[in-house]
Design a protein around this ligand. Structure first.
Ligand SMILES: Nc1nc2c(c(=O)[nH]1)N[C@H]1C(S)=C(S)[C@@H](COP(=O)(O)OP(=O)(O)OC[C@H]3O[C@@H](n4cnc5c(=O)[nH]c(N)nc54)[C@H](O)[C@@H]3O)O[C@H]1N2
Ligand SMILES: Nc1nc2c(c(=O)[nH]1)N[C@H]1C(S)=C(S)[C@@H](COP(=O)(O)OP(=O)(O)OC[C@H]3O[C@@H](n4cnc5c(=O)[nH]c(N)nc54)[C@H](O)[C@@H]3O)O[C@H]1N2
Ligand code: SF4
Ligand SMILES: [Mo]
Length: 741
């Protein structure tokens, strides 16, 4: 028995854990009080992590698919040699267009992504399709325009705010904010602080709120623009902040004044008086912030919603201060900045440009299936299960069947892995060094590098080793770097200097810096921490940018190296930088440092709202396809026994709708959309609005290749039910029919 530090891998919070382990199993799991942010907090899902670590779908050996569809075990040597050959052929014949990468990290495992990204360079491809590009690209695009770079990302200081607006998010269940349930309870208890929830369902969070605006699904753009219009009409905006820190407000103001707030509140089906009160109170609070998530991002007007939501805190000057919304720093940037006007970056079929460097999963099936020579021929999937999680399961199945090569790297035999030509077993997140890039805090930011608590299962390997071996097999990096190894044994400074000399001499190797550092600097690091080597590059860059703030966090001497040492040594995670609130302006990337609140495309979209009409008589219900509940966690748990309640993943339906359709509680019903139908079980529940039904996220897995466990949601979600510009799916807005079986 031993006690180890690690983190939960089930949502973006990555709460610190202290675990007792014995015989390759978790015996006890509790919160790690020394984690700098979660400080001992966990929710009910983390205690079940043994169901992730040990189960019958875990992959143990590399597998190759036979012509009859079954898999045979092969050696790593054979698997990687064959794959390297096939990849080189695709590259030679079709160039970079022939290859696409899917995934690269889930809720807790982004360290492998530092290594897997090298494969895109190896294939001369830019096509990376990730889950982020089916939820956050609207937000990323707006950030690029407002703040001058798509890497700019705002966070919300809910712990210190007087007034919080939760729009389309249910943190009680989904978390996403610091120690969600404790934070919510504190606001609820304090009569000087206000919590407002904007959500079509009476969620667990809405029940705790002071005000709940139970809007009609898909009408956030109307509701938020009505609030903004009230704020400017009543002169409640922060004129000084807008004049000094922003550009373009005059144009924006005219558009907002033209809005008929009363009419827009009606279209959102919420009481105008209440909307006005929330707008007034938000604008006059000492400090206030906004937190959004999929409820605004997976629905109509995705990008416009992102713009309007940000205007709430920008027009009221709730930016760059305690209790407001702020930009933050990143140690591992999860996205990059892309200029959509750049040539040669668009996809062959949809002519889609990347946002934040990422391409949207909703178009990938078409990019594979079209008849052009420039279609995608080979797909590499890592840490993702697109056959179940991306829109339109049947489109994905038919597209993947058409590929020349599909490789899946996962810890488990997933529905996507079952379609692959090669399945490569990754060590689990508790069997290797791991970290996530979800350190999104301000003014103090942190980083947690987790160390292995178990040995890798059978022949499974950590991703850094898998990708480095593959690059070696593709002859892209030499097997030995004697000079770098010598330099590494001398000092970190000597090592970094030698790296620079090497890259100057051989610039092509720079793309493979992570694997080169792993093979050289890694040899000088503690056992099982070899793959931390690229961290030295990240901490050096971070310290060069935020030297003052890294010092303020207590680091001395060579700051990049000091950060590197401390991150590796401290198994509970460390604070890496401390900013002053006013220093948020140094994170704004526009020339002149101001925020550009006028975005012409968004003002155009705002004007278009006026004439929008929505009705769909064929499909009278709106399905919210993917609700976060007590016992779901994306596709990370495969064994259905992990759930203590809701084994079937019921469909919530309002009592009045159920009565009209003659549906009883627990009855089996058919839920049918434009592209598919599935059978589900009804749960009569007055928390949903009329003509709205909800199904949970993260079901439909076929554990041990058995029957699907609960609703296979994405059989219902059409790929083109998405926002025209970003192609983010409208998963919260899937028109369906409900019928009794
Ligand atoms: N338990 C659990 N937690 C999770 C996950 C999980 O699978 N299970 N997944 C994680 C992931 S990957 C993510 S991205 C986050 C997502 O976290 P959230 O976005 O907070 O969770 P959801 O339940 O998907 O949706 C949030 C809310 O949007 C509301 N909503 C639906 N339609 C609309 C609308 O038109 N307007 C508004 N304003 N609201 C609407 C829903 O009623 C719901 O309460 O959760 C993370 N945490
Ligand atoms: N209809 C509908 N669809 C949705 C959603 C919805 O609300 N509605 N939500 C969407 C959202 S917000 C998200 S984020 C996506 C998530 O969907 P995906 O991006 O597909 O991610 P996960 O479901 O988290 O699947 C993670 C995969 O990583 C594997 N894995 C776990 N640990 C490791 C590891 O250490 N290494 C490797 N290589 N693999 C590992 C798991 O076994 C699993 O197969 O789903 C999306 N799909
Ligand atoms: S809040 Fe998220 S990271 Fe924390 S214990 Fe719960 S699921 Fe895990
Ligand atoms: Mo997500």
């Amino acid at each position: 028995m031993s006690t180890e530090k690690t983190a939960c891998i089930l949502c973006s919070r990555n709460c610190g854990l202290e675990v007792e382990i014995s015989g390759g199993k978790f015996v006890k799991i509790k919160g790690d009080e020394r984690h700098p942010i979660s400080k001992g907090y966990i929710c009910q899902k983390a205690a079940r992590l043994e169901f992730y670590q040990n189960h019958d779908d875990r992959l143990r050996f590399p597998l190759r698919r036979q012509s009859d569809g079954t898999f045979t075990k092969i050696s790593w040597e054979a698997a990687l040699s064959e794959i390297a050959e096939k990849l080189k052929n695709v590259r030679a014949e079709f160039g970079g267009n022939g290859f696409a990468f899917v995934g690269g990290g889930g809720q807790g495992n982004h360290w492998g992504g530092i290594y897997s990204r090298q494969l895109l360079s190896a294939m001369n491809s830019r096509f990376i399709y990730t889950a982020l590009a089916q939820e956050k690209t609207g937000d990323i695009w707006v950030n690029g325009r407002l703040f001058g770079n798509q890497l700019c990302h705002t966070t919300e200081d809910i712990e210190h705010t007087d007034y919080v607006l939760f729009i389309g998010t249910n943190p009680y269940q989904a978390h996403g904010i610091v120690n969600a349930r404790n934070t919510l309870k504190e606001i609820q208890k304090d009569e000087n602080r206000t919590m407002v929830v904007i959500d079509p369902r009476v969620t667990e969070t809405a029940k705790m709120a002071d005000v709940h605006l139970q809007l009609k699904p898909g009408t956030d753009a109307f509701l938020i623009s009505a609030m903004l219009s009230i704020i400017v009409r009543e002169n409640l905006h922060d004129k000084e902040f807008l004049a000094e820190q922003c550009t373009g407000f005059e144009v924006l103001e005219k558009e907002l004044l033209a809005i008929d707030a009363e009419d827009y509140a009606k279209r959102a089906d919420v009481e105008f008086e209440l909307v006005r009160k929330v707008a007034r109170d938000f604008a006059s609070a000492e400090n206030a912030c906004v937190r959004v998530d999929l409820g605004t991002q997976h629905t109509l007007h995705t990008t416009l919603n992102g713009y309007l939501e940000k205007l709430l805190y920008l027009t009221t000057g709730n930016f760059g201060k305690k209790g407001g919304n702020n930009l933050h720093t990143s140690l591992i940037p999860l996205v990059s900045d892309t200029d959509e006007r750049k040539k040669g970056i668009r996809t062959a079929k949809h002519k889609m440009f990347p946002i934040g460097g990422l391409y949207p999963p909703n178009i990938l099936p078409d990019e594979i299936r079209h008849s052009g020579e420039d279609r995608v021929r080979a797909v590499w999937v890592d840490s993702s299960n697109p056959v179940l999680t991306f829109a339109d399961t049947n489109a994905y199945i038919s597209a993947f069947e058409k590929l020349d090569l599909l490789v899946v790297v996962d810890v488990a035999m997933t529905e996507t892995a079952r379609m692959a030509d090669y399945v490569l077993p990754a060590a689990s997140q508790f069997e290797k060094l791991e970290a996530s890039g979800f350190n999104l805090e301000f003014p103090e930011n942190f980083f947690h590098l987790r160390h292995a608590v178990f040995e890798p299962l059978e022949e499974s390997l950590p991703e850094p080793e898998i990708y480095t071996r593959l690059l070696e097999k593709m002859n892209l990096i030499p097997k030995s770097f004697s000079l770098l190894r010598i330099a590494a044994s001398v000092s970190r400074v000597a090592y970094l200097a030698s790296m620079q000399i090497l890259f100057k001499r051989k610039p092509k190797l720079k793309k493979y810096a992570s694997s080169i550092m792993y093979r050289t600097l890694g040899k000088t690091l503690p056992k099982n921490a070899e793959s931390a080597a690229p961290l030295l590059g990240l901490t050096t860059a971070y310290a060069a940018r935020y030297g003052k703030q890294v010092k303020a966090a207590g680091y001395e001497g060579n700051l990049g190296n000091a950060l590197f040492e401390q991150i590796i040594a401290n198994k509970s995670g460390v604070i890496i930088s401390k900013h002053e609130f006013a220093e948020v302006w140094s994170l704004v990337k526009n020339k002149g440092g101001r925020i550009h609140v006028e975005i012409p495309e968004m003002l155009e979209a705002l004007r278009e709202l006026r004439d929008e009409k929505l009705s769909n008589d064929d499909f009278p219900f709106i399905l919210m396809a993917g609700e976060r509940r007590t016992y779901n966690a994306n596709q990370i748990y495969r064994n259905p026994e992990w759930r203590k309640i809701d084994p079937k993943g019921t469909m919530r339906i309002h009592p009045q709708d159920a009565a009209e359709l003659g549906i009883e509680n627990g009855a089996e019903v058919v839920c049918e959309s434009a592209v598919g139908k599935i059978k589900v079980f009804a749960e009569i529940d007055a928390s949903v609005r009329l003509k709205m039904v909800t199904l949970p996220n993260g079901y439909g897995l076929r554990y041990k290749n058995g029957e699907p466990n609960g609703p296979e949601l994405n059989l219902l979600t059409p790929g083109d039910n998405c926002e025209p510009m970003t192609k983010t799916p409208f998963h919260k807005h899937v028109p369906v029919r409900i019928k009794k079986v």
